[in-house]
Design a protein around this ligand. Structure first.
Ligand code: NDP
Ligand code: X2W
Length: 337
């Protein structure tokens, strides 16, 4: 397969290069970004891929089987238009095709390609697998919503939840992208731990609620993200109220049954809890289910924001679209220490 990565000089771009250059079915990997043509090694010394990053203008003369858009919101939509018109299947890592138009406009501003929204499929691989297989345009989910939805949907889809869901999440700094921002400087982030977007202000809240509402009605989400002084990883602690009392054993059985044939989702046994180093570099999600004495369920979840939260899930979606095993090129990609 010939595959293009557009926005190859960013963090998710780098992770896509790492994964796609090792992928057994990718025979041609073509990289594009703003600026002059340069060797990949000039951007990412040691990444081990010997190609060049070409200027974005050259994308117009090129028809790959798949194009990954690793661009900022608003930019992706414009490139998707042109690629879809030429018959290229597109996996967009930005938020451009994740939400209904009126919700997108409210949180992100005017939509760059609203006419494509009707063909976009939300790329949460474990839940929309059949639609993903035949899709021309994938809206790859946000990192926090991926962790949240994987942790909550097994109970939501059985109508076992009520009231407010508290979603307390922490992310490493690569989640914020590679462009220079004062609040992401080493001096601001190192040995520091801070919340942000508190009080319903984070743009991943509507994404969580929109897809949660497809499976269960009447639930409200309180989402508080935090920035942790580490490079990659997301840890979520999610507090849930049940409609009926279930034992911990019964709850675990629901999760195990739901994800039994899902190779990237691991439900941890009693006594084990997720941690970010255990998913570093992988496409895995680790989930643990627990209950506190008052009856609330506490689901903890760990993913790599650049893995299952972005590039890993994007490659999983390409595998599904290409009719390959979904784990193709995604096994053994992690690092522990
Ligand atoms: N980082 C993460 O963990 C996650 C990111 N995402 C989403 O994936 C997308 C990429 O994220 P990430 O890799 O972190 O972002 P980065 O900021 O690290 O990289 C962005 C890329 O887009 C290019 N770019 C920036 N502005 C423009 C523009 N106006 N026109 C064309 N190209 C442009 C950059 O090129 P240049 O080198 O020229 O600046 C770079 O190649 C974003 O939409 C992000 O929200 C989704 C899930 C998780
Ligand atoms: C640490 C950090 O800043 N994280 C990002 C989320 C990144 C992500 O998943 O992405 P999308 O932008 O594609 O929705 C944030 O909070 O905005």
């Amino acid at each position: 397969m010939k595959v293009a990565v557009v926005g190859a000089t960013g963090y998710t771009g780098a992770e896509l290069i790492r994964l796609l250059s090792m992928h057994p079915e990718v025979t041609g990997l073509f990289l594009f970004s703003r600026g002059e043509e340069v060797e990949v090694e000039k951007h990412f010394l040691g990444l081990g891929f010997a190609g060049k990053v070409k200027p974005l203008e050259e994308l117009s003369g090129f028809n790959p089987d798949f194009a990954f858009l690793a661009l900022p919101h608003g930019e992706s939509g414009r490139y998707a238009q042109e690629l879809i018109r030429r018959g290229v299947r597109v996996i967009d890592l930005s938020a451009d095709f994740r939400l209904p138009l009126e919700v997108y406009d409210k949180w992100y501003g005017p939509h760059p390609a609203p006419e494509l929204l009707e063909i976009a499929v939300y790329g949460l691989s474990e839940y929309f697998c059949e639609k993903i297989k035949t899709a021309r345009l994938i809206a790859n989910p946000g990192c926090y919503p991926t962790a949240f939805l994987l942790a909550v949907l097994p109970l939501a889809e059985k109508d076992l939840l009520q009231g407010v869901i508290i979603s307390d999440m922490k992310s490493g700094v690569t989640g914020a992208g590679r462009s220079a921002k004062r609040e992401m400087l080493f001096g601001e982030v190192a040995e520091n731990f801070r919340p942000y977007g508190v009080g319903g202000k984070h743009r991943h809240l509507p994404e969580m609620e929109n897809f949660l509402n497809m499976f269960a009605r009447g639930l409200r989400v309180i989402f508080t993200p935090h920035l942790v002084p580490m490079k990659r990883g997301i840890l979520g602690t999610i507090y849930l109220n049940l409609t009926t009392d279930f034992s911990l054993e019964e709850l675990r059985k629901i999760y195990l049954a739901k994800y039994q044939d899902k190779p990237f989702i691991k439900i941890l046994p009693d006594g084990q809890l997720p941690e970010t180093r255990a998913v570093y570099g992988t496409n895995n999600a680790l989930i643990a289910v627990n209950k506190e004495p008052g009856g609330m369920v506490i689901v903890t979840v760990a993913i790599d924001n650049l893995g299952k939260g972005a590039a890993g899930q994007a490659v999983q979606n390409m595998n599904l679209m290409a009719g390959l095993d979904e784990t193709c090129g995604l096994k053994n990609t992690g690092i522990y220490f």
